[in-house]
Structure formats: C-alpha cells, structure tokens
Write a protein that binds this ligand. Structure first.
Ligand code: CMC
Length: 445
C-alpha cells in the first residue's frame, strides 16, 4: 500500500499530501484502489471492492481479538495508552477522583454533561428509591449453594431482572431506557450485597435510604445487630473513588460484550448480564482476585526474585501488570496507590502491601517488563483496599461490576441510538473441509 507522493506538512509537522485517501495496489490483479481515510481509519467494508474475479467475495480484514479495529464511534471515554491518560466525557480521571462522587460521575457518563444541583438531586433521589429488589429475587439468591461464587450469583440475578421488568425490551422508549438505567445502577449494590451475605449464611440487609450510595452498600454488607449502621466516611470515600475509577474504560472486553449482545436489540438487563459474564474472566475483572492470590503465594519479599524468574520463564503471569491499551503506568493504578495508605490508616497495615510495592519496584527495574511496556494496571492495588474492607477475594470482581454498570449503560445507550450500528456479526476465515457426504453411523470405522 502506498500513499500519495506529493507531501505537505500538517500542523504537527508530519508529512502529508493533504488528501485523506489510502491508495492500494492489488498485486494479484495490478488494480489500484483508493480507500477514504476518516478519523484515522479506513472502512473494512471498503476492502470488499478489491476482488480477483466477479464472483470473489472481496477482501476482508482479519483481526482476531480486535487488536486494530474500531468497532464503534463513542463519545464516552478517552484513553491515551502511551501517555497514560483517561478522561470521562473529556474530564481527566484525576479531577473526577478529587472532586466528584461516583453517582455524579455515573450521571456524567450517561448524559455527557455534569449535572446541575437540581439534576444531581433528582438523579440521586431516583437511584436511592430504586435500590430495593423484588422479594422473589431474594428467594432466587437463596436457591444458590452456600459456596456459590458471588460473580456467578450476580450474573444470574442481573439476567433475571429482565423477567421482572419485561417492558425494558422496548429499547426505543426513552422512559423505559431511563427506568432501566436507574434500576440497574440502583440495584447492582443490593444484588452484590445479597450474594455476599448468602455466602456467609447471614440474613440479607435491606437498603437504607438515609445513607449515600457507598455508605448504603457498606451497610448492606456489614450491618449486624446495630439498629443503624454508621459507615466510616473515610472507607466510604475510598470505595467511592474506586468506583469512579472503574466506571468506564471504553471498548474493553465486557463493554464489547454488552454492545455485541445489545446489538441484537435484547433488553438492557440481558445485555449487561453478558458484560458481567465477560468481567468474571481472570484476564479482565477477575485479575484483582488473582493479584491477591499471587501475593499470598509469594508470601514474603524474599521470594520475589524467584517468582519473577518464574514469570519470565512463562510459568505464570504477573497479575495486575500489563494492559492492551496502556503502555505506560495505568493512571487508575496511580490514584488507587494513593488511597491504599488512607485506608490502611483506618484498618491497619496489610503486610501484603510491602510485597506489592517491592514486586512493582523490581518489575519496573527489569528489562523483561520494561521492554514489553508492562506497568501496574488498575487491579494491582485495588484488591488490597478490598481486602482491607474485609471483603473476601471472591467479591473483588463484584466490586468492579457495581460501578462498571454505569459505563455499560452509557455505552449501551450510545449504541442503540447510533444509526450506523447493526447486529454485531463478524466474518470468519473458514479452516474446515468439505463438502463431503454424511456417513451413517453403522458405516463409520
Ligand atoms: N506478566 C508477564 N508477561 C506479560 C504480562 C504479565 N502480566 N502481560 C503481558 N505479558 C507479556 C506477554 O507474554 C507478551 O510477551 P511476548 O511478546 O514475549 O510473548 C507481551 O507481554 C504482550 O502481551 P499480550 O498478552 O500480547 O498483551 P495483551 O494486550 O493481549 O494482554 C492483558 C493484555 C491485560 C490480558 C495482559 O497484560 C495480562 O494477562 N495481564 C495480567 C492480567 C491482568 O492484570 N488483567 C487486568 C487488566 S486491567 C483491568 C481490565 O481492564 O480488565
């Protein structure tokens, strides 16, 4: 492929021709083609005109795992992986963590603008008044084995919500969309807390409308015999910041699952259930759980060199390190690291922090990791905060799913309104044989 030869310099000093066109020569036929370049992309469907014969299907692009494919236009989240920058609706994550709350950020993600005071009050009121779940959901959770993984329970109960709100299937109705958005953000902490209490064999705690969003979650998790649970404001704030950090991350595996499943025009509860399922995996949301297991296995800082040797020999991965997009320090990891100390002031220091800090230091000094641009990601330190909050490791991914719900819903809302989106249906390169005849079972050797 070649571009036009006549060159100018664009505003950044890069040589350009001034024409947004990619010229392609198909050496099989000697034919030249011009493909339009828009927003730094060519349309994969424009390749279809490149054929060797009339009945040729046309050229396709092959991109397993979407390493270099933009699947949508999105105005929700911006990531600069090389600089380590993350913005929600154009606002840097650092400013949101310093000055905002998770619910305000959820509003920002959904609507694209920060709310006015009255808009924020109405939003918080609506979410606070939809935190209860139908009593049958409680019975549904009770049906799980005592040791069921809470992510599995969350996945099933979110999917089950679609049967409680069948009108949510009217996805073009703005009222239904609003209700589903509110319900999803409001009920996720309740479902998560019920799953946790179920594992412990403790009675489920109903939401407390006097408390704010993170405070109410702590109450549903940890309230025992006291008449009113009073959350420690420092822990509630740390949780709120973690939830801001996890709220959205553009086209990650679970968001892609929500968009892919949602593209069939299924109701949003079913689409979000697909997101929860994707998040469950150890390479995605499950990584924070794996980080704690890894730190447990390492045991003491003395064992770090041997552990890192094992990683380099590919016996295992350094969990909480590396990212498909960030090729620099994940900005979320930097913010979390700051909050770890604040949480430990309340809960007491966890010796695993020393192992994590030393592990990070040694990995960042090691050519294996630096040459591959492997830096700590959001999950490297988040598990330590969750553990300090007395959460079992199985709950860590659930703690990720609660805030990611607002991201999934913003992306889903954007997708259902996007006139360019159709049902997601990739192509394949067929590697099988055929055609061949069916052989009756008695004639098979
Ligand atoms: N430990 C050791 N080596 C690694 C790691 C790691 N954590 N991550 C990547 N590498 C190596 C990998 O072996 C490969 O080396 P080589 O080129 O010699 O074969 C190179 O780095 C590139 O890795 P990759 O697997 O091609 O990168 P990817 O973009 O497909 O994977 C990742 C990204 C996040 C799945 C991967 O870095 C990983 O498995 N990390 C550990 C799991 C983790 O922490 N996941 C949380 C991600 S952040 C939360 C979220 O957004 O879900």
């Amino acid at each position: 492929m070649t571009t036009e030869q006549k060159v100018h310099a664009d505003k950044d000093g890069v040589a350009t021709t001034g024409r947004d066109v990619l010229r392609v020569t198909d050496e099989r036929t000697g034919q030249d083609y011009e493909l339009e370049i828009t927003d730094g992309t060519v349309r994969a469907s424009d390749l279809r005109q490149i054929k060797v014969s009339e009945d040729d299907f046309g050229l396709m692009s092959y991109d397993p795992a979407f390493l270099n494919t933009a699947s949508c236009r999105s105005a929700v989240t911006w990531i600069d992986g090389d600089k380590g920058e993350l913005w929600y609706r154009g606002i840097p994550i650092e400013q949101l963590c310093d000055q905002s709350s998770y619910l305000e950020v959820a509003y920002l993600l959904i609507y694209g603008e920060l709310p006015t005071t009255s808009q924020l009050e109405a939003w918080i009121f609506d979410i606070t008044h939809h935190t209860y779940v139908h009593e049958n959901i409680k019975k549904f959770v009770e049906g799980f084995r005592y040791d069921a993984h809470p992510m599995g329970m969350l996945l099933a109960t979110v999917g089950a919500l679609s049967t409680f709100y069948p009108d949510a299937k009217h996805i073009k109705d703005p009222e239904e969309r609003y209700l589903a958005t509110i319900r999803m953000i409001a009920k996720m902490p309740t479902l998560a807390a019920f799953a946790y209490r179920h594992n412990l064999g403790l009675p489920y705690i109903y939401p407390d409308n006097d408390l704010d969003y993170p405070g109410n979650f702590l109450s549903m998790m940890f309230k025992m015999t006291e008449l009113k649970y009073e959350p420690d404001p420092r822990l509630a704030r740390a949780l709120d910041v973690l939830w801001i950090l996890h709220a959205d991350h553009e086209q990650n595996c679970s968001t892609n699952a929500v968009r892919g499943v949602g593209s069939s025009q299924v109701d949003p509860y079913s689409a979000v259930a697909a997101g929860v399922a994707a998040l469950y995996g150890p390479l995605h949301g499950g990584a924070n759980e794996e980080v704690l297991r890894m730190l447990d296995r390492i045991g003491t800082t003395d064992n770090i060199p041997d552990f890192l040797e094992g990683v380099k020999e590919r016996k295992e991965r350094l969990m909480g390190f590396g990212h498909r997009v960030y090729k620099n320090y994940d900005p979320r990891a930097r913010i979390i690291k700051k909050h770890v100390d604040e949480v430990f002031e309340v809960t007491g220091r966890n010796p695993k922090l020393d192992i994590a800090v030393e592990l990070e230091k040694r990995a960042l000094d090691d050519e294996y990791f630096t040459s591959r641009k492997l830096y700590p990601n959001v999950d490297f330190y988040s598990g330590l905060i969750y553990e300090a909050l007395s959460l079992p490791t199985a709950m860590f991914t659930v703690m990720f799913a609660i805030p990611r719900t607002s991201g999934w819903m913003s992306q889903w809302l954007e997708m259902v309104d996007d006139p360019e989106q159709k049902i997601a249906r990739p192509r394949q390169i067929y590697t099988g044989g055929g055609p061949r005849d069916y052989v009756p079972i008695e004639q098979r050797s």
